[in-house]
Ligand binder design. Structure first.
Ligand code: PGA
Ligand code: ZN
Length: 402
C-alpha cells in the first residue's frame, strides 16, 4: 500500500496558537497527526518551523513521500531526515516532520486493522502506564504561581488505568477544595494544573492533605513527583526561586531533601539542561526516579552521554523533540537497554491528538505524563481507558523504584 497523498493544514493548540496537522491518504484510508508545542523547551530540541512556511514544506515532503510504502516507516523517517539535511530539522521543521512520521504510522496500523500500539509495540504490548498527573503548576506554564513547574501525583496503588485516572482526577478536585479551605484563589495553568500565588512548600502541603483524603476514600495509594524544569530557574550562576536562590550544591541538597521529606517517587529536570554531573550526583543520592527531559530531549546522543555519566535513571520521551517515530523508538530502546525507565509525555500546548497514549503502551512506558483534566489531556487518558478495555489481558506496568 502506497502513500497517495499528504497534506498539511494549520489548526490550533490548547493555548490558541497555530500548529500543524498532517493528513495522509492511501486508497480509502486516511490518518492524521497534530504537532504539540512546548513552553519550557530544551535548547537542543528539533526546531519548530513557523506554520507560514506550510506550502513550501508541503511541496518538499509530499514530493519525497508520496509513492512510498506506508509500511516502510524506517525509510520514510530516513527520507524526512534526508530532505531536511540538518541535525535538528531546522529546514523542514520538527513539527512538520513528526506529524508526517506519526500520521503514516497511524495509516499503516489502520490499513492492517490493528491499533497503533500493537503496530509499534507488537502482539505482547499489554501493560498500561500509570498516569503521572500534573495537579499544581507554575514556572513557564503559569507565571506568578510556584517556582517548581509541575507538582505531580502517581496513583501507584491503582489496579487498572480507569481507577488510576479516577484517583488523579479526585486528587485534582480535592486540591481545589483545599485551596478553598485555606482561602487561596487558584486558577488553572496551561496544562490544567492549579496555579496560585503560593510557595513550593505550600503546594506540597496542600497536595499531601488532598492525597490523604483520596487514599482514605478510594483505598488507592498515591505518591508525589515534581518536574522542576530547572533550566527555567537557572540564571547561569544560581537557581532562582520566588523565595530563595540556590547554588548547584544547594540545589542538589534541596532536591534530595524534598525527595526524602515528601517521599517523592519522581523528579524531572532537577538541574539545568547541561549539568550532566549535577544530575549524576543527585541520582546517586536518592532512590527515586530521576528523569531527564530538557537534558536528553529524546536525542540518543544526549541520552548516551547521560548513560556514560550515570546522570539519571529515567528518560522523558516527547516525539516532537526529535522529529520522527524512528528516532523516538531508538531513544526508547537505548534507554531501556541501559536500564532506564521510560515516561512518555505530552507538551504544555496540546491538541485532541491521542497518539502518545498508544506510544506509551507500545514502548511499555512506566508512566505517561499527560495532565489530569482538560479536553486535550483527557483525549489521551480516555484513549488509554479504551485501549485497556479492548485488550484481552491488560495489566498495569510494574513500577521498579516504588
Ligand atoms: P513544555 O514542558 O511542554 O512546556 O516544554 C513540559 C515539561 O517540561 O515537561
Ligand atoms: Zn519537563
Amino acid at each position: 500500500m502506497l502513500i497517495e497523498d499528504l497534506v498539511y493544514r494549520i489548526v490550533f493548540d490548547s493555548r490558541g496558537n497555530k500548529t500543524v496537522e498532517c493528513e495522509v491518504h492511501s486508497a480509502e484510508f486516511v490518518a492524521s497527526a497534530i504537532a504539540p508545542a512546548g513552553a519550557s523547551t530544551g535548547t537542543e530540541e528539533a526546531v519548530v518551523k513557523d506554520v507560514s512556511f506550510i506550502e513550501e514544506v508541503q511541496d518538499k515532503v509530499s514530493k519525497a513521500l508520496v509513492g512510498m510504502s506506508v509500511f516502510d516507516q524506517y525509510e520514510i523517517d530516513r527520507t524526512l531526515r534526508e530532505i531536511d539535511g540538518t541535525q535538528n530539522f531546522s529546514e523542514i521543521g520538527g513539527n512538520f516532520a513528526i506529524t508526517a512520521s506519526l500520521a503514516i504510522a497511524k495509516l499503516a496500523s489502520q490499513i492492517l486493522g490493528i491499533p497503533l500500539y500493537m503496530y509499534v509495540g507488537g502482539a505482547f504490548a499489554s501493560e498500561l502506564p500509570y498516569p503521572l498527573g500534573n495537579v499544581i503548576g507554575g514556572g513557564a506554564h503559569a507565571k506568578g504561581s510556584t517556582s517548581i513547574q509541575e507538582f505531580l501525583v502517581i496513583p501507584v496503588g491503582a489496579k487498572n488505568f480507569l481507577n488510576a485516572q479516577y484517583a488523579n482526577a479526585l486528587t485534582h478536585k480535592e486540591i481545589r477544595k483545599e485551596f478553598d479551605k485555606r482561602g487561596i484563589f487558584a486558577a488553572k495553568g496551561d496544562e490544567g494544573a492549579w496555579a496560585a500565588q503560593i510557595t513550593d512548600e505550600e503546594a506540597f502541603e496542600i497536595i499531601k492533605a488532598a492525597i490523604e483524603r483520596v487514599e482514605s476514600e478510594t483505598g488507592i495509594k498515591m505518591r508525589m513527583g515534581i518536574d522542576v524544569a530547572a533550566t527555567e530557574l537557572w540564571n547561569g550562576k544560581e537557581y532562582v526561586y520566588r523565595d530563595k536562590k540556590l547554588t548547584t550544591d544547594g540545589q542538589i541538597a534541596y532536591m534530595a531533601e524534598l525527595a526524602d521529606r515528601y517521599n517523592l517517587l519522581f523528579i524531572e529536570d532537577p538541574l539545568h539542561e547541561n549539568d550532566f554531573e549535577g544530575f549524576a550526583e543527585l541520582t546517586k543520592a536518592v532512590s527515586c526516579m530521576v528523569c531527564g527531559d530538557d537534558i536528553f530531549v529524546t536525542n540518543i546522543n544526549r541520552i548516551k552521554k547521560g548513560i556514560e555519566l550515570s546522570s539519571a535513571n529515567t528518560v522523558l520521551i516527547k516525539p516532537n523533540q526529535i522529529g520522527t517515530l524512528t528516532d523516538t523508538f531508538r531513544a526508547v530502546k537505548l534507554s531501556k537497554d541501559n536500564g532506564y525507565e521510560v515516561v512518555v509525555s505530552h507538551r504544555s500546548g496540546e491538541t485532541e491528538d491521542e497518539t502518545i497514549a498508544h506510544l506509551a503502551v507500545a514502548f511499555n512506558a512506566t508512566l505517561i505524563k499527560t495532565g489530569v483534566v482538560g479536553g486535550e489531556r483527557i483525549a489521551k487518558l480516555n484513549e488509554l481507558i479504551r485501549i485497556e478495555s479492548e485488550m484481552e489481558h491488560a495489566s498495569m506496568v510494574k513500577i521498579r523504584r516504588l
